[in-house]
Design a protein around this ligand. Sequence first.
Ligand code: HEM
Length: 519
Amino acid sequence: IALQVLGQTFRHPLSRFPGPLLAKWTVFYRAYYDLCKNGGWLRQLEVLHTVYGRSFIALEQLHFNDARAYGEIYAPGSRFHKDPALYAFGATSSVFATQDPQDAAVMRNILAMFFSRRRVIRREAAIRDKIVELISRLKSFKRESGIAANLDNAFPSMVLDVLTALMFSQPFNMLSSPAFDHPFVRRMESSSLNLWIMKYLPSRNAPILGAFSRFMRSMNPLADVIIALSKLIKDEITSILNRVDLNDVRDRIENINEFSAAAAPESDETDIPFYPFFLEKIQEPTRKQASSTEKTNRLNLLNLRRLIDEGINIRFAGTDTIANACLVGVKYLLAHKDILARLVAELDEAWPADGEISCEELEKLPYLTAVIKESLRLSHGVVSPMGDAVIMGEVIPAGTTIGISATFVHLNPELFPEPTTFSPERWLKSSSSVDEKKDFGSEVNSDKYLVSFSRGPRSCVGIHLARFELYMLFGFLFRKLELTPTVEQDPNSSLYFDDFFTPLYTDDPLCVFTKERVG
Ligand code: HEM
């Protein structure tokens, strides 16, 4: 270690940036916090920024804490690649894991088309059905039943069921598990617990250690769940492609392609399941070059791998993220009775007891919107994406990983005063009320600094579905039910600092008894 530190200290182009010596030139410092302190690197980043200022280097990774750096790194049209150390494992041919934004663009557009706001709105009934199912399941967890509902498990179950209802052929029916404890939900949870181990497994290309790549991959905490998912998804693909007439799918897609998204006809294209849709779209350019007689439904191995990887990735990308935001919001609401009362009053006024309400109407409710934004701000989304360039005036050599965790934006006291306090009211103020003028040059538009879904060319493609689910979930949950937590929630506790960034994975799940408010 000493030789490595000495050698690197004097000749490396990044040596001008500050940082603790051991962290600057070896992996051991960072690995200690992640592996021995249970993913504690994010917390240590905060400590190091207080010592070294707005940027410091840790093993070729330059980390910033200035919210303005976020806008420069995740800018529209940014050409930064994703960090291979973080994305080389798992579903490697998925959009999420594709490092070069240009390589990812075509497949990203296909996903964005599938999850467009228009398509999500047209599938409202399918999403609503799953949320209604959750509410009706929750109703049986009355105090008299003696068993409380575990919301840490209930939310991922509901979110996975929505995804499968929208995209896949074989429903998971997670919500039908008596205690919301379907083995698959538990498996995803336990594999995600040690996610940071992945950062320290050498990639297949790494010298020497790469020879042990099979062994290293077996240590990947996600290996177990990825193998199980791959098998399940392969079966799904085979069954759905046997069932669906691809010529019909092709005609329906060609029909959509003829119209701009806004002017698309009221066709039943929203019914096209994900795999045939994705397969047809990735084959479209090749087919256009080929003559019509060469049209083929053949599923080659490369495309099969892509479909499987996309199926795996979407289940990961679209499950814990939404479930975590729901859990964070509900925990805070149950701790802050005044905030909860204001939300319930707004919902009661907008939603008659015997009536229905659409998601688009829910989206117009200002306090519900503020609660959702605050839940997203304090659940942070994906916290450690990364990306050579000039950032904040610093010339950074090619090959350096640069990044800023979303937590440094969401918890910046100049953008969000008292940042660890759950305060939906901050979103109701006009943009000029947040003091950006002083340090950020112009008035703050707080929305600009809500970066839960990331920004730029690699931002989240599931944002419309996620927003839709959050509105429906918060709306239905607090209009239809009264929740009493089994353990009183402390209004002064901060989920972020007490439970790290993802309370989904703590040992004390949020359990509640329910009482029906309206039918
Ligand atoms: C509250 C819910 C969600 C949050 C907070 C969230 C957050 C994020 C973030 C921060 C990224 C960027 C990650 C990176 O740079 O590596 C991302 C990417 C992505 N998300 Fe989401 N996400 C959510 C829901 C969803 C859903 C429901 C889906 C799918 C149905 C989805 C699909 C994706 C995909 C495919 C990417 C990769 C995009 C790319 O690499 O170009 N997400 N998401």
